[in-house]
Design a protein around this ligand. Structure first.
Ligand SMILES: Cc1cc2nc3c(=O)[nH]c(=O)nc-3n(C[C@H](O)[C@H](O)[C@H](O)COP(=O)(O)OP(=O)(O)OC[C@H]3O[C@@H](n4cnc5c(N)ncnc54)[C@H](O)[C@@H]3O)c2cc1C
Length: 355
């Protein structure tokens, strides 16, 4: 197929799609966050916003998804789609895209979304910009897909001018989910896609949901206590844990702490880790490299504890304590215990306005 042919066809593509993922009977929050951004883009383009929901018995989920701002949901219901599997899901999405020709398709940069987007861009011979942090529409109506480049030191603007659909993935917590409106009405469309046993590349023997150590996920916690190389030794993460227990907070870490083998990679915040957006992010012994900022700078409030008053993280801090963490943390813990009359592990101890 020549580029000219593709350009000629471009005008046939219309509409913004969001790939929807379910989890524990609800929608993954990256999906609801994408609906919010998808709504904005669809309004800018003057086209409808559609959610794509492959699954098994997912009508109730489709109804709920509409409340976040969709105009319609395309449901593909099939027992083979009960859980995510690469081939059947890619088959479903590719067939739907070929049939209905959306101009923009957005995926959450979850494990499944990354897998699906990567496969689809090869199948459909179009582009995919991964881990976008912002979108815009250029003067010609193309999607401007903006993502960090050069280790997070600059932002790249990626345009997919000659191919459709324009596809992008976005990590969790980059956008804020819109409020759910149960009165919002939309259309639910059931589409059939032919799937055969050959499309099943894997057989599900058992499903064991992965949870992070300690149970509380930093991406979901209201308060995150994050430790860096300044902690000096893995055993000092216990001090962070003591503080986190009193605040009902999750533990996270910088890459240098992870690369030193002190804590698992699953706790890493930043460009090559997770993105968090808690009400309060407490950074302890973390200098504030751009790659770390990329994962936490959208937190509502940031408290920095660092011995070096020139640490770059102070520049984006709402509150800062210049001091030795080995003095500051025990003192904070003492004060929290005094406030709570002893402190209860796992319970929030701060008054709501301080959280
Ligand atoms: C491609 C690429 C991707 C990357 N991705 C990530 C990523 O996802 N996440 C990430 O975090 N980094 C990432 N990095 C690494 C990043 O550039 C930094 O090296 C890293 O964030 C530094 O970690 P740190 O702040 O814990 O360590 P340091 O920079 O060494 O800072 C330690 C801090 O602790 C303070 N300190 C020391 N002692 C004490 C004390 N007693 N009390 C209080 N403070 C103390 C020091 O003043 C210092 O500011 C990436 C780098 C590259 C090149």
């Amino acid at each position: 197929m020549t580029d000219d042919h593709i350009l000629e066809d471009k005008s046939h593509f219309r509409g913004v799609w969001v790939f929807l993922e379910g989890r524990a009977g609800g929608l993954r929050d990256v999906s609801t966050q994408l609906i919010g951004e998808g709504r904005r883009l669809a309004d800018l383009r003057g086209t409808p916003l559609t959610g794509i929901l492959p699954g098994n018995g997912v009508d109730a989920l489709a109804e709920r998804a509409i409340g976040y701002g969709l105009d319609r949901v395309i449901v593909v219901d099939d027992p083979m789609l009960e859980i995510y599997r690469s081939r059947p899901y890619a088959q479903v999405m590719a067939q739907l895209i070929r049939r209905q020709k959306p101009e923009i398709v957005l995926f959450g940069a979850s494990k499944n979304g990354r897998d699906l987007g990567g496969r689809l861009h090869a199948i459909l011979e179009t582009g995919l910009a991964a881990d976008c942090v912002k979108f815009d529409i250029d003067a010609e109506g193309n999607l401007d897909m903006i993502r960090p480049s050069f280790g997070g030191k600059s932002l790249a603007h990626i345009l997919c001018k000659k191919h459709r659909p324009q596809m992008a993935s976005v990590r969790r917590n980059v956008f804020v989910a819109p409020p759910h409106n149960p009165d919002r009405r939309g259309e639910i469309v059931h589409e059939q896609v032919e799937l055969s046993e050959q499309d099943l590349d894997a057989k599900l023997l058992e499903f064991d949901e992965f949870t992070k150590e300690g149970g509380l996920r930093p991406e979901e916690a209201d308060i995150v206590v994050s430790g860096g190389y300044g902690l000096g030794d893995p055993k000092n993460f216990q001090l962070l844990q003591d503080l986190a227990d009193r605040l009902g907070a999750a533990i996270a870490a910088s890459r240098k702490a992870v690369d030193s083998g002190w804590v698992p990679k699953t706790l890493q915040v930043g460009q090559t880790g997770m993105t968090v957006r808690p009400k309060l992010y407490i950074a302890v012994g973390i200098s504030g490299a751009v790659q770390h900022l990329a994962g936490m700078q959208e937190s509502d409030k940031i408290l920095v504890i660092n011995i070096d008053p020139k640490a770059p993280l102070f520049e984006i801090a709402d509150y800062g304590i210049v001091g030795d963490l080995f003095e500051v943390l025990p003192e904070l813990i003492r004060q929290l215990d005094a406030l709570k009359g002893g402190g209860v592990a796992g319970q929030p101890a701060l008054p709501a306005e301080a959280r």
